[in-house]
Ligand binder design. Structure first.
Ligand SMILES: Cc1cc2nc3c(=O)[nH]c(=O)nc-3n(C[C@H](O)[C@H](O)[C@H](O)COP(=O)(O)OP(=O)(O)OC[C@H]3O[C@@H](n4cnc5c(N)ncnc54)[C@H](O)[C@@H]3O)c2cc1C
Length: 305
């Protein structure tokens, strides 16, 4: 029986675990990946906005961030597959057969990239689908590329690719871009970027690697094909809450709804970090939420004695 069971070892989960340990609580962190870090592992640009820490990329940030983890005394299990979670009874069953029980649960499962669900999207992962523009820009230099999406990530990626690619086609389904005005302004000065509003990519095509995309414009009856050597899909993110549907109050997009103390609609179940913060997802927000939840739990457990 643990005091606290934390699901997810990104910045939010790690921060909560460090605080729970500091406050003398028996804590277990469950992480599905091979290593902790969450989205930090996919940040290839500088992390500069976390007070007191500057790092040239997410892994460097993680190294500093987790220096304390090795000294701390909480359990961290990686490559864990959760079979089911019962939030009311605070019981978690793992695919490997273990049954876990705790007094409180912290959900820190973060978000994942939203997928289009079109043919070619899965088949060309690692074969022309651009996972990280910061990391892979040189690999795509000299190729015509397509970026799908209209938010900050899509426009920022289009701008970065425009430095090294002869043409960049930005395809987005709305009439206007949702990206911040400074990004959109920069876009206007870029002659190699073509924007297709009110359009969708319906297929990604190729043999061994990406060779073309099929685009359907809103006013057209038929899609057309455009030759490209790379595609970046940046259509936003979605929360990892599938284990908790029907047990928790979630918003329309599936994010956990929490109180100012980060407690969910189930007593002694907390949700911290990006999984409950669609409006302002940041590392500092995630670690702050971890600290708050841990302190609230520790205070409650203390008063139960
Ligand atoms: C490219 C990029 C650049 C960014 N740059 C910045 C920046 O400069 N500054 C900044 O403040 N923020 C930045 N962010 C955002 C920041 O990384 C996130 O806000 C932060 O990582 C959120 O932390 P989290 O712990 O809530 O979630 P995550 O980092 O998403 O971690 C969630 C963890 O939960 C695990 N998990 C999910 N489901 C399960 C399950 N069922 N069982 C077990 N484990 C599970 C995941 O594997 C993951 O390890 C960036 C993000 C990206 C992608």
């Amino acid at each position: 029986m643990y005091d606290v069971l934390i699901i997810g070892a990104g910045p939010a989960g790690i921060s909560a675990a460090l605080w729970c340990d500091e406050l003398g609580r028996e804590t277990l962190v469950l992480e599905q990946s091979e290593q902790p870090g969450g989205q930090l592992l996919s940040i290839y640009g500088a992390v500069e906005d976390y007070p007191g820490v500057r790092a040239s990329n997410g892994r460097e940030f993680l190294e500093r961030f987790s220096e304390r983890v090795s000294e701390a005394d909480f359990d961290l299990w990686t490559q864990v597959e959760i079979e089911s979670v019962d939030l009311k009874t605070k019981r978690v069953a793992l695919r490997s057969g273990e049954q876990l029980h705790s007094i409180s649960i912290i959900i820190a499962t973060g978000v994942r990239r939203r997928q289009l669900g079109i043919p070619g999207e899965k088949e060309f992962v690692g074969k022309g689908i651009i996972q990280s523009v910061n990391r892979d820009r040189n690999e795509f230099a000299g190729r015509d590329v397509c970026v799908i999406g209209g938010g900050d990530a899509a426009v920022e990626n289009a701008l970065l690719l425009a430095d090294v690619c002869p043409t960049v086609t930005l395809v987005h389904r709305r009439k206007t871009l949702r990206a911040r005005p400074t990004f959109v302004q920069k876009l206007q000065g870029q002659h190699c970027i073509t924007v297709f509003p009110e359009s969708v990519v319906t297929r990604i095509l190729g043999s061994d690697t990406v060779e073309a995309v099929e685009i359907l414009r809103r006013d057209a009856l038929k899609p057309f094909q455009m030759a490209v050597g790379g595609v970046a899909i940046r259509i936003g993110v979605e929360p990892n809450t599938e284990h908790f549907h029907e047990q928790l109050q979630l918003d329309d997009e599936g994010y956990a709804i929490v109180t100012s103390q980060h407690e969910t609609s189930v007593t002694n179940v907390f949700a911290i970090g990006d999984v409950s913060n669609p409006l302002a997802p940041t590392i500092s927000g995630a670690t702050g939420a971890g600290a708050t939840a841990a302190k609230v739990i520790a205070t409650r457990l203390h008063s139960r004695r």
